[in-house]
Structure formats: structure tokens, C-alpha cells
Write a protein that binds this ligand. Structure first.
Ligand code: T3D
Length: 266
């Protein structure tokens, strides 16, 4: 794996779990070009490293991520207009597609506010665990932009059109408890239990059959857009692939012998 970028991204390893921690706490971990590049580089490295079986995305300090760094000269309109289409295509598109196609499960550990593209990156992870004091903000309208980084795709899928419009048009801070209630995230956790729950859930995901989980994500994403026939065909194709893989034999053997499985496929 490549060396961690200590300046803006911390890479923390605990067994098969890799935690990528956004590390610009003075700017609430806002995303500049350097941080986006470092994150993509480490996600690519994790995808290629068979010893990584779960990736956790987290933030240093009191925030998860405040979205695009509005002081970044590449986007700040101070010296004249900026082509933000170029910025989102170059920085956020590859990150979103990389997260959504990781060969291992991904977990967002949202310990504080997640805004704009920061919320989008969290919502692109397979599971989102949020500290009770955390919140989610669709911050785009406040600076007269549209939701980006896949927000228009993921938000209505998670919470439906009415709530997606309410969140994006009003841009209010949505507390983690309400985010759980409306299905935006997997779970809201009491502040004092948060770190332990993140560690336990990540370890549990890392012990799961990674390839089967990645195919499950693909099928759920594709199924939401396609017909029932397409879903049945895609399920059969994935089941064919997984049925020939080692993890299936291991899972059935573990069941038969009443022992814990040791999954290795990715
Ligand atoms: O632009 C493009 O390239 C297109 C791509 C867009 C993708 C996007 O993500 S657009 C959305 C960008 N993000 C925002 O608009 C969020 C702006 N921030 C906020 O609304 C609030 O800061 C928060 C709701 C996130 C948190 O509020 P609060 O009260 O907890 O903290 P604060 O006091 O507002 O911020 C603390 C510090 O962080 C402050 O710095 P200072 O004054 O102490 O030196 C603040 O300026 C800084 N900060 C917060 N967000 C950003 C930021 N610095 C740079 N960029 C930020 N996004």
C-alpha cells in the first residue's frame, strides 16, 4: 500500500480494516484538490490490496467533512468565474465511482457534521454509522449550486423525492437521529459508544464474504433502475459466479460443521 499522506489523509490499519481519515480539522475536513487526490489514491490502493477487507471513511476532529473547500483557489470565484463542471468531474466523479465499486464493504463513520460533497461521500458508503451529535447538511443551495457528487442519484433512492427535495431546497442541518429515522443512514449511535461500535461493525464487515457483499451492492444499485426481469437475470449471473467461488464452499462447510467461516474471496 502507498505511504499515507499525513498532511491531509491519515491511513490507519487494524487487522483487515483500513480507516481513511480526512485530516483537515481546522477546515472541518473540507475537500481540496490534494485531499481528493489522496483519498482516490488510497481507495485505489485498498481495492488492489487483498489484505484489506473493509474500508472505513472517517474525519479527524469535530466534523466528518464540510464538503468542497470554499477557500480553495481552484473553486473560489474571487479572481473570476470558475468551471465547476470541470472540478466535479475531475475530483468527485472518480471518488464516487470508486467508492461505489470497491471490492470490499465500506463504512462511513460520521462523527460530526457531513455537508455537501462530504455528505455525498458518506452516503456512497455501504453503511453509515453516525454519532448522535452528528448532522447531515445539503449545503449546495446556500451557495446557489445544485447537489452534486451523486447526491441527486442517491438521496431520493434513500429517502424518497419529498424528503430529498426538503433536504436540498431548505439545506437545514438534519440530526443523526432523524437521519436514521428517515432511512438516510444505517444507524445513529450514542456519542460515548460511537468509536467502539464503528470498530465492531468494521471488524464484522471485514469477516464477511467480500465478493458476495460487493455483488449485493451492485445488484441493489442496478435493481433500483431496472425491471424485475433484469433483476432476476442479474441475480442469476451473480449467483452463478459466486456458486463457483471458494467462499460459497467455505460458508456451507462452516455451517455444516457449526464453526465460524473464514472467507477469502474478493
Ligand atoms: O464548488 C465546487 O467545486 C462544486 C462542488 C461542490 C461540492 C460541495 O460540497 S458544495 C458545498 C460546500 N460546503 C458548504 O457549503 C458547507 C459550508 N460550511 C457550512 O455550512 C458550515 O461550516 C457547517 C454546516 C459545515 C458547519 O457549521 P459550524 O457552525 O459547525 O462550523 P463553522 O463555524 O461554520 O465552521 C468552522 C470553520 O470551518 C470555519 O473556519 P474559521 O472561521 O474557524 O476559520 C469555517 O470557515 C470552516 N469551514 C466550514 N466549512 C468549510 C470551511 N472552510 C472551507 N470550506 C468549507 N466548506
Amino acid at each position: 500500500m502507498t505511504a499515507p499522506d499525513a498532511a491531509v489523509l491519515r491511513c490507519e490499519r487494524e487487522g483487515a480494516v483500513l480507516t481513511l481519515r480526512l485530516n483537515r480539522p481546522e477546515a472541518l475536513n473540507a475537500l481540496n484538490g490534494e485531499l481528493c487526490a489522496a483519498l482516490l489514491r488510497e481507495l485505489d490502493a485498498a481495492a488492489a490490496d487483498p489484505s484489506v477487507r473493509c474500508v472505513v471513511l472517517a474525519g479527524a476532529g469535530r466534523a466528518f467533512c464540510a464538503g468542497q473547500d470554499l477557500r480553495d483557489p481552484a473553486v473560489a470565484p474571487g479572481d473570476g468565474p470558475r468551471d465547476l463542471g470541470e472540478v466535479v468531474a475531475a475530483r468527485y466523479r472518480p471518488l464516487v465511482l470508486r467508492l461505489r465499486s470497491m471490492p470490499v464493504p465500506t463504512l462511513a463513520a460520521v462523527g460530526g457534521v457531513a455537508a455537501g460533497a462530504g455528505a455525498a461521500l458518506a452516503l456512497m458508503c455501504d453503511l453509515v454509522l453516525a454519532r448522535r451529535g452528528a448532522s447531515f447538511v445539503q449545503a449546495f443551495a446556500a451557495i446557489a449550486l445544485v447537489p452534486d457528487s451523486g447526491t441527486t442519484w442517491v438521496l431520493p433512492r434513500l429517502v424518497g423525492r419529498a424528503r430529498a427535495l426538503g433536504m436540498t431546497l431548505l439545506g437545514e442541518k438534519l440530526p443523526a437521529s432523524q437521519a436514521e429515522q428517515c432511512g438516510l443512514i444505517w444507524k445513529c449511535v450514542d456519542d460515548e459508544a460511537f468509536d467502539a461500535e464503528v470498530g465492531a461493525l468494521a471488524a464484522r464487515l471485514a469477516a464477511q464474504p467480500a465478493r458476495a457483499l460487493a455483488r449485493t451492492r451492485e445488484l441493489l444499485d442496478a435493481g433500483a433502475a431496472g425491471s424485475l426481469e433484469q433483476a432476476l437475470d442479474a441475480e442469476a449471473a451473480a449467483q452463478r459466479e459466486l456458486g463457483f467461488a471458494a467462499d460459497y464452499a467455505e460458508g456451507v462447510a462452516a455451517f455444516a460443521h457449526k464453526r465460524a467461516p473464514r472467507f477469502t474471496d474478493r
